[in-house]
Ligand binder design. Structure first.
Ligand code: NAG
Ligand code: NAG
Ligand code: NAG
Length: 199
């Protein structure tokens, strides 16, 4: 006869094994939960979305000797989707560029953008008798003969982020809105050009 082991022995062992597996699973769930919590707490801030809307050009004039005058109008829009981060904008400079040339320049009032906020700033930039390079003059003539101008809006600012009572160091934000295309025949262009931001 083989030796008889008591049936209680393996049963108890099986029970402690089940207990052990259960404990391991519980520990894993706990670790995962803590991980999710940490990721949630330090999660990356959401990108701020910038756009240029309703751009138009008025009083456009390009002389034969490549001197340009025009009035550029548009709305600069900043959308901060963050629940906890607000942004301070200081020394905000705004440029209308065509290729490598700046046609017009302005500075904006410093402003604070609260959390979950959309801020819109109406801008009017005036170019007055700007000397345009020969090749840019030719490009500009080619475009205006088709009744449009394709320019770029460039915004440079010193920004600080605020989370609760903590304020970040200042850094430079560079916001580039390419291919803002306006029709010369229509005074109002409803369009929405998204910008690339490097903050
Ligand atoms: C752009 O123009 C349209 C039509 O006039 C207007 O409804 C809209 O609010 C304007 N957008 C901005 C950002 O001003
Ligand atoms: C464009 O500017 C030139 C020089 O200032 C001026 O002589 C001309 O009349 C202007 N043209 C228009 C259409 O305003
Ligand atoms: C965004 O913030 C600005 C400045 O505090 C405020 O004037 C504006 O009304 C706010 N916009 C919205 C949509 O809450």
């Amino acid at each position: 006869m083989p030796p008889v082991t008591s049936p209680a022995q393996p049963l108890r062992r099986r029970r402690s094994l089940v207990c052990y597996v259960f404990l391991v699973i519980l520990t894993l769930i706990f670790i995962a939960a803590v991980g999710v919590l940490i990721v949630w707490l330090v999660r990356k801030p959401k990108k701020i979305h910038y756009s240029v809307e309703n751009a138009s050009v008025q009083n456009f004039n390009l002389t034969n000797d490549n001197h340009m005058s025009a009035t550029f109008k548009f709305t600069f829009r900043s959308n901060n989707p963050n629940h906890r981060i607000s942004v301070y904008y200081n020394s905000v400079e705004i440029f209308v560029k065509f290729k490598d040339q700046t046609f017009a320049f302005d500075t904006m009032e410093p402003f604070h953008q609260p959390r979950m906020n959309v801020t819109q700033v109406d801008e009017t930039l005036i170019a007055q008798n700007v000397a345009v390079s020969k090749s840019n003059g030719n490009d500009l003539r080619a475009q205006t003969s088709l009744g449009k101008i394709d320019f770029q809006v460039y915004v440079k600012a010193r920004v600080r982020f605020k989370v609760g009572i903590w304020k970040s160091a200042r850094r430079t934000a560079k916001i580039e809105c390419s291919h803002v295309t306006v029709s010369l025949s229509q005074s109002h262009n409803s369009q929405n050009i998204l910008c690339d931001a490097d903050i």
